[in-house]
Design a protein around this ligand. Structure first.
Ligand code: ADP
Ligand code: MG
Ligand code: MG
Length: 213
């Protein structure tokens, strides 16, 4: 059971790396509109380092929580930038809740995602509507918890949550940024989505495909 969870986490981090490799230019273009243009390259660097750290931990026999914590530290260290620090916080919170031997994987994932949401909000102080990744993360966490509460299994609950994150990320196009580097050039970003919200949606969709096997 705990080995199975670690294999899922390893595969999820590999899928995250793949999707960010494919989206590096798109994310860079989005971030260049009102930010500094480094969101694609930063996320790619972070995901590569996180994936490598997790693979190494898996090979050494570590459990899911340890994989995520190693990935979190490597990601934050290598990515640089605001989003790198925030992804480090999120992955570490998830890993700490999952642990290495939790038999109730689905319940631990929901609690871990809620802890990641709280950690990101606490670290970055952004609220829903500030045009950041929080705008996708909050509906993702809420929908995931609600769907599992209604009796959906993890695959279906994650699919619904990823769907609401994707819609919420697209809806940030209508917002003006109130946090981060995009704030001074806020009006330029009207009509395009927040890069961090968009990359969040890409990531949870990719992880959903892994869970679906
Ligand atoms: P940087 O802004 O340091 O260059 P990135 O370009 O990698 O970092 O990431 C930018 C993204 O980080 C934004 O699109 C936004 O989603 C997210 N972000 C910025 N500031 C915050 C914050 N305070 N809280 C949450 N997310 C934030
Ligand atoms: Mg940037
Ligand atoms: Mg930067």
């Amino acid at each position: 059971e705990s080995r199975a969870a670690a294999v899922i986490i390893d595969a999820a981090l590999a899928a995250i790396q793949d999707t960010l490799d494919r989206s590096v230019d798109e994310l860079g273009r989005l971030d260049a509109i009102a930010g500094d243009g480094d969101h694609g390259i930063g996320m790619q660097r972070g995901a590569r380092a996180g994936r490598a750290a997790a693979a190494e931990a898996l090979a050494a026999g570590a459990g899911a929580g340890t994989l995520l914590i190693k990935a979190a530290d490597a990601w934050a260290d290598r990515a640089g930038g605001t989003s790198g620090a925030l992804w480090g916080v999120a992955l570490r919170a998830l890993g700490e809740r999952l642990g290495d031997a939790d038999p109730a994987f689905s319940a631990a994932v929901v609690e871990g995602v809620a802890a990641a949401r709280d950690g990101v909000i606490n670290y970055g102080k952004a609220e829903v509507g500030d045009k950041t990744m929080v705008d996708a993360l909050v509906p993702f966490a809420d929908t995931l918890a609600a769907a599992l509460g209604e009796g959906a299994d993890l695959v279906e609950a994650w699919r619904r949550a990823a769907d609401s994150a994707t819609k919420a990320a697209a809806a940030t196009s209508d917002l003006l940024p109130r946090k981060g580097r995009a704030r001074p050039h806020a009006e330029k970003s009207l009509g395009t989505p927040d890069p961090g919200a968009h990359s969040f949606a890409l990531i949870v969709v990719a992880v959903g495909d892994v869970l679906d096997g």
